[in-house]
Ligand binder design. Sequence first.
Ligand SMILES: NC(=O)c1ccc[n+]([C@@H]2O[C@H](COP(=O)([O-])OP(=O)(O)OC[C@H]3O[C@@H](n4cnc5c(N)ncnc54)[C@H](OP(=O)(O)O)[C@@H]3O)[C@@H](O)[C@H]2O)c1
Length: 270
Amino acid sequence: MAVIGQGTWNIENATRSVTVAALRRGLDLGMTHIDCAEMYGSGAAEALVGQAIAGRREEIFLVSKVLPTHASHRGVIAACDASLARLKTDRLDCYLLHWRGAHPLEDTIAGFEHLRQQGKILVWGVSNFDVPDLEEAQRIAGAGHPACNQVLYHLEERAIENAVLPWCERHGVAVVGYSPFGNTGDLPSARTSRGRVLQEIAEAHGATVHQIALRFLVRESSVFTIPKASNPEHAAENARASDLQLSNAELERIAAAFPLERGRRALPML
Ligand SMILES: NC(=O)c1ccc[n+]([C@@H]2O[C@H](COP(=O)([O-])OP(=O)(O)OC[C@H]3O[C@@H](n4cnc5c(N)ncnc54)[C@H](OP(=O)(O)O)[C@@H]3O)[C@@H](O)[C@H]2O)c1
């Protein structure tokens, strides 16, 4: 499974043909993990992904998410069927609860297990779960579940390193970091000391600062990242970050420039 994948939130806002080209460029260069959600563009993002992956489903690790408002036992099943129809496929590789809502976790997990037995999903996971939520999910579902926890993780928001990431590593739960470029795509300018650190390391590798940021975020083997790119050039740049190797000294420099304590309020869950 590709460690650097492709996000799809807001992809419907760009020109359709360009977005589809960006997703396909990413796939061609190995970013075969695609993350979507029924929420994104109210289904429009999934429809675009369906178009982009047509004829190449077998290459792809396809993820989607159910909204908390749909996360009853029956609601999960109906939402998954609708996502599968938009994505024009018969199965998801992983299905996530987007964030915790009012439906009891037992009901959501029963819906996930039903889908798993039907072969409509291969595994299920969660998103935006803190340690107590993860413990509750594992108490209900048993060891080996959830498969992953998708959480906010970028250079300026490393809070998951305090408790969520260590818990997930202890329990074999993959961590998928979202918004690796802080949602905006902007990284600190080279006029700032933090920006200069990224710039110098990028120059040493003939790389870009965005590639350096991605490599830093996936430095632990349990962590994946899913940058979103509507621009095919951005997609290609992100994919090529997989080829970079940063030294321990470089990783430590970046960690010092973007310390854990800088962690700000998490983005609203989307
Ligand atoms: N589970 C959750 O609650 C949750 C929440 C947020 C996000 N997510 C997932 O995580 C994915 C990624 O997060 P995100 O969409 O918030 O934002 P992001 O990936 O942090 O940033 C996207 C922005 O970065 C730009 N960009 C991408 N590659 C670039 C590059 N190489 N150089 C310069 N700019 C670049 C994009 O521009 P262009 O589009 O113009 O290329 C876009 O403006 C989402 O799409 C979604 O799938 C999940």
